[in-house]
Design a protein around this ligand. Structure first.
Ligand SMILES: Nc1ncnc2c1ncn2[C@@H]1O[C@H](COP(=O)(O)OP(=O)(O)OP(=O)(O)O)[C@@H](O)[C@H]1O
Length: 582
């Protein structure tokens, strides 16, 4: 601090001819306790303090006495740029302060000095208290951080460690004062690497630690720069992502479970296989958005069922689900079915006009079933309607705005149809936004029995029956390749339940395509002479029935093994003359 910063600047002066009364007026007016005395040229010739004035009055001077008669002429003059601490050591009462041009710029008395020092002390104390408070605040902030924080100085020594650091690292001993290199933590090497990088480059550095069991730590080093922009310490924060990762995993599992539960809730959607689970999950995933979905798969695999599942789980669930079959409706009717018509549009048309399927589906979902069978000229109109989201009824002039979600289904290979120019490429891309392919039943064998059971329960409930399939029938169901897929299975189950006379359904009631497998036994029968077929059949049947009845005391079980109903077995045994006591 310089003297000019503490002196009383630009003091009022008194001319040497002035009296003590003038001096005391000056003291009172300016609230100072000394005044420099100047001559006619303005040169400082003395100084008069209040103390000296009182002393002079006591010694007999009056208020009319001239100031130059009692003023102090022993002048102590110093430069205004002198260091404050240098003058503190001098035993002075008063000082006159001059600038480099020897012009009086201020005065300084012992009282001023004491006041200044006292003021400065108070100021320092205040600043210290403030610094202490903000330091405390800073420590509390560092402590409150959920991230682990360590502050390392430029020598690599740890200055501050917060509580979270101990939590993140499972650390017990306080490493404050240790070298960062001595840390015994899992990500020590990365912490050192980050510290060194920040010290070398003076800017923020990152590193990521990935351990086992989802453990993941993010390490960030930030420099604290000195006045020369050199890092004087590094604040290293360690963020623990492990819990977040565990939560993410848990959330993913829960949402997967939720999806499966939601899917299983769909009463009419039966599946067990992972292939079908994937399909259902895709359907549920896509149900939340309005994207067009192209559902492919062989006939009868459940394309419509999946389309309904998408609609039922979509925000449009409350809206209509309209289905139009491109293959089932004659070509000349398809256009009016799709777009509707105005009254008098063509001969034979309804007098009032009629809305088309697209219009009826407004606010809901339109399933274009068998889309591969749609005639080319209609494909163009369909594409335009999908792109412009509006249609005109046949014979109509007013555009009807569409708000529909399109689902398309086909058992044809649309790519092949595009190559053969039977399906428009642009429409194909417009429909194939999200493809969902449903595998045939033979590729998801674990679905066969749950589906068979589902259809059996339905028919049993409908007709108040208790029919069931024998073990062999179930085996044959699983082995069969179901060219008609689920539709074939559903129809067969209904037929078997209705046609069978007893509760158990055996292989001999199955259609030949299925029964053939059963009868094609791999067991070979040795033949050494030619005999009539009827005779041969009777010999083999007798042997088998005798053997079965011997091994299985229950007629029902013996029948099951032979693949016939127990009533059939009994009838056969009797006709072949095999004794049986029931
Ligand atoms: N996962 C399933 N759970 C229960 N029933 C199903 C399932 N999949 C299909 N079905 C039933 O099988 C029959 C045929 O299904 P759907 O009509 O959906 O097949 P598709 O693939 O659309 O057939 P197509 O190509 O001939 O139009 C329907 O009676 C349907 O209810």
């Amino acid at each position: 601090m310089k003297v000019k910063q503490v002196m009383l600047a630009n003091p009022r002066t008194l001319h040497c001819s002035k009296t003590l009364l003038d001096a005391s007026h000056l003291y009172r007016q300016t609230k100072v306790n000394c005044a420099p005395i100047v001559d006619d040229e303005g040169n400082v010739v003395g100084i008069l303090t209040v103390f000296r004035l009182i002393e002079a009055i006591e010694e007999g001077a009056t208020f009319d006495t001239r100031v130059d008669q009692i003023m102090d002429t022993n002048l102590q003059i110093i430069d205004e740029d002198t260091c404050f601490k240098d003058i503190c050591e001098q035993t002075i009462d008063r000082l006159l302060i001059f600038n480099k041009k020897q012009k009086l710029t201020g005065v300084l008395t012992r009282i001023d000095l004491i006041n200044k020092v006292h003021g400065a002390l108070e100021n320092t104390e205040h600043k210290l208290a403030e610094a202490f408070e903000s330091n405390q605040e800073l420590r509390s902030i560092i402590e409150a951080s959920y991230d682990g924080i360590i502050v390392v100085d430029s020598q690599g020594l740890i200055q501050i460690v917060n509580k979270s650091f101990f939590r993140v690292q499972g650390f017990h001993d306080d490493p404050t004062g240790d070298s960062v290199e001595q840390l015994l933590i899992v990500c020590r090497d990365l912490v050192i690497q980050v510290y060194r990088q920040v010290m070398a480059e003076g800017k923020v550095a990152f590193a990521r630690y990935k351990g086992k069991d989802l453990t993941e730590l993010g390490i960030t080093g930030s420099p604290v720069l000195d006045e020369q922009n050199h890092p004087e310490r590094v604040v290293i924060s360690i963020r623990d992502f492990t819990e977040l990762n565990q939560l993410k995993l848990q959330t993913a599992r829960f949402s997967q479970e939720l999806k499966s539960l939601r899917a299983k809730e769909q009463k009419d959607l039966i599946y067990h296989s992972s292939a079908m689970e994937r399909v259902v999950n895709e359907a549920l995933q896509v149900s939340g958005v309005d994207s067009t979905v192209l559902i492919t798969g062989e006939s009868g695999v459940g394309k419509e069922v999946i389309a309904r599942t998408i609609h039922r789980n979509s925000p449009r669930a409350e809206g209509p689900f309209i289905q139009i079959n491109g293959g089932a409706i004659p070509e000349n009717l398809l256009e009016s079915e799709l777009f509707g018509y105005e009254k008098g549009a063509f001969t034979g048309a309804n007098k009032e006009g009629k809305p088309g399927m697209m219009e009826l589906a407004n606010g809901g979902t339109l399933l274009l079933d068998e889309v591969g069978d749609m005639p080319l000229n209609l494909q163009v109109k369909l594409l335009r309607a999908l792109q412009e989201q509006e249609i005109y009824r046949i014979g109509g002039r007013v555009a009807i705005k569409l708000n529909i979600r399109i689902l398309a289904a086909t058992n044809k290979n649309l790519e092949n149809l595009v190559a053969e120019k039977k399906f428009r490429e642009d429409l194909y891309y417009r429909l194939n936004v999200v493809p969902i392919e449903i595998p045939p039943l033979r590729e998801r064998k674990s679905d066969i029995l749950p589906l068979a059971k589902h259809f059996l329960d339905k028919v049993n409930n409908k007709y108040q029956l208790q029919k069931y399939f024998s073990y062999e029938v179930c085996k044959l169901f699983e082995e069969y390749n179901w060219p008609g897929n689920i539709r074939e299975l559903a129809n067969l189950v209904e037929r078997l339940v209705i046609m069978s006379e007893q509760d158990a359904i055996f292989p001999d009631q199955l259609p030949p395509s299925l029964f053939a497998k059963f009868s094609a036994s791999p067991i070979r029968v040795a033949i050494d002479q030619l005999i009539p077929l009827k005779e041969a059949r009777e010999i083999v049947e007798t042997e088998l029935i005798v053997k079965a009845l011997k091994e299985y005391p229950s007629l029902r079980r013996a029948g099951e093994v032979l693949g016939v109903a127990h009533t059939t077995l009994l009838r056969k045994a009797r006709s072949l003359g095999i004794p049986y006591n029931d």
